[in-house]
Design a protein around this ligand. Structure first.
Ligand SMILES: Cc1cc2nc3c(=O)[nH]c(=O)nc-3n(C[C@H](O)[C@H](O)[C@H](O)COP(=O)(O)OP(=O)(O)OC[C@H]3O[C@@H](n4cnc5c(N)ncnc54)[C@H](O)[C@@H]3O)c2cc1C
Length: 469
């Protein structure tokens, strides 16, 4: 691929050819070698060079910066992460409060860097309207979720209930019953963020070598077809693509999500949809339907995942075909006013799911490996927190970041991380869960379905979700 514009709408909107930087010219030696130029790799490089400008840092990227999930995602930059309660609920109150403060602070941290580095990426902190209940059966689940957030110590200002009327003032979904609002979220144009970040780290003296695929790590050496890189520290930041690297295989499972973008909507159409302050939004279904109003006035709409047998990442998606058509159908169900609107882009990407369903940072001083990932659908913001954390760990700075329970120090990734079961378990589990969720949703949607069948479907879905965690 010479021009990467086709990777996603976000790359297409960059308005220029998206070309790769030069590859590794031959063997080199650096203090830190980072594998992967997505957000995790680039934030780590950014904070390393900010804290220790004399450090030599090289980023090795198989394709081009943002080719992975970082250039393809839905652009929700959240001040929260999957599994935060799992990590924090058992911690003493002070540490728990620090954890939530660090998570909520992500949006401000990113905003500060965007301003300092003059990165224009359509950043808008309109908060998030999430888990919007669309069927009566979803209401108790969403309310229970809000109760859990309250019990975890979040205040009314962090997460609050919007009834149907309040929700309707912000977004006009088809027959909503209510949703949760949180201010701890911004939306961004992911392509501009990742490409801007790559330029910012280069200005700080980081070398980014593209079209330089890492084949293996051997001790303190990274092997590529273009030469070996010797480094004191090696930072795999590969998320859903780490499966081929020895020691990381099986720790982060590649799963897919897919998105469409409409043509720019008219003011009249936006009046019918709402989202005037550009909050991110999602519905309360288990299949995860999410979106945002882009800076250039399109509806960006993502839904549902995918998983390929053998844990293979996937990069080839297209506007044509049933996958994008399904997302358009779901979009029109949610926003009937958009039935005649043209969909101009359809794409997808591979994210990474840790076996704990929560992200991690692992630092093994002995082998010189530091890695982070496993964000699921929540790495746009969390990668900033984990990039700062990896930089502190590598520089041996003891900070509140390095004391968080998601940090595993002085242990190898192999020992710190739970591994996914071998095939066919992940494939069968994915199929079963997907089928249960689709069945549950179709029953909720049907006015004729018997109430007890809806209860059974809900219980099966919940049981399958619990079984996996
Ligand atoms: C469709 C979709 C929608 C999403 N929506 C959201 C959202 O709205 N909000 C949110 O918070 N999160 C979202 N996510 C998740 C989020 O995008 C990711 O968590 C985040 O981008 C992960 O960043 P990363 O740098 O860790 O990984 P990646 O961005 O995947 O970067 C890994 C990089 O490694 C490179 N690479 C692969 N193999 C090699 C190799 N052997 N050698 C060298 N380089 C290699 C890849 O090319 C890639 O550039 C979404 C993900 C997808 C796919």
């Amino acid at each position: 691929m010479d021009d990467y514009r086709g990777v996603s709408f976000w790359f297409d909107m960059l308005g220029q050819d998206v070309r790769a930087r030069p590859s590794l010219p031959g063997p080199i030696e650096v203090d830190v070698a980072i594998l992967g130029a997505g957000y995790t790799g680039l934030w780590t490089a950014y904070y390393l060079k900010t804290l220790a400008p004399s450090l030599s840092v090289a980023v090795l990227e198989a394709e081009t910066a943002g080719f992975g999930a970082s250039g393809r995602n839905g652009g929700w930059l959240k001040g929260s992460m999957a599994g935060e309660d799992m990590y924090l609920s058992s911690q003493p109150a002070e540490r728990r409060e620090t954890g939530y403060r660090l998570l909520h602070g992500i949006v401000d941290q990113v905003r500060a860097v965007l301003e300092r580095e003059h990165i224009e990426c359509g950043f808008k902190q309109g908060g998030v309207l999430f888990a919007a209940a669309r069927y009566p059966e979803q209401l108790p689940l969403v309310r229970a979720h809000l109760d859990r957030l309250r019990r975890a110590g979040h205040a009314e200002d962090d997460y609050r209930w919007l009834d149907a009327g309040e929700l309707n003032q912000q977004v006009r979904m088809h027959r909503p019953y209510g949703a949760i609002f949180s201010p701890h979220c911004a939306v961004v144009s992911p392509g501009e963020l990742v490409r801007g970040l790559a330029q910012a780290v280069e200005r700080r003296g980081v070398s980014i070598y593209e079209r330089t695929r890492v084949d293996a790590i051997q001790g303190k050496t990274v092997l590529t077809a273009r030469g070996a890189v010797r480094a004191q520290w090696i930072v795999p930041a590969l998320e859903g693509y780490g499966g081929s690297i020895h020691g990381l295989a099986g720790t982060v499972l590649p799963v897919q999500s897919q998105i469409i973008a409409t043509e720019p909507l008219s003011e009249a159409q936006w009046d019918e949809v709402g989202l005037a302050s550009r909050p991110a939004f999602s519905d309360g279904g288990r299949l995860i339907t999410y979106g945002q109003r882009s800076a250039d006035g399109r509806l960006i709409f993502g839904a549902r995942g995918g998983y390929r047998f053998g844990a293979r990442p996937r990069d080839d998606f297209s506007l044509e075909g049933p996958e994008s058509a399904l997302r358009k159908r779901l979009m029109v169900e949610l926003f009937p006013a958009l039935s005649g609107v043209r969909v101009t882009h359809g794409w997808g990407g591979t994210m990474g799911m840790a076996r704990r369903f929560a992200p991690h940072a692992v630092c093994d001083r002995r082998s010189g490996i530091a890695t982070a990932g496993g964000y699921g659908g929540g790495g746009v913001g969390a990668s900033n927190l984990f990039g700062r954390t990896l930089a502190d760990l590598i520089l041996e700075r003891e900070t509140e970041l390095t004391r968080m329970p998601w940090v595993f120090s002085d242990v190898s990734p192999r020992r710190a991380l739970r591994r996914w079961e071998p095939e066919p378990f992940p494939w069968l589990a994915y199929r079963a869960v997907q089928a249960a969720y689709v069945w549950e949703e179709s029953l909720c949607r049907s006015v004729d379905a018997s109430p007890w069948l809806k209860v059974v479907a809900g219980r099966i879905s919940a049981a399958l979700s619990r079984l996996l965690t």
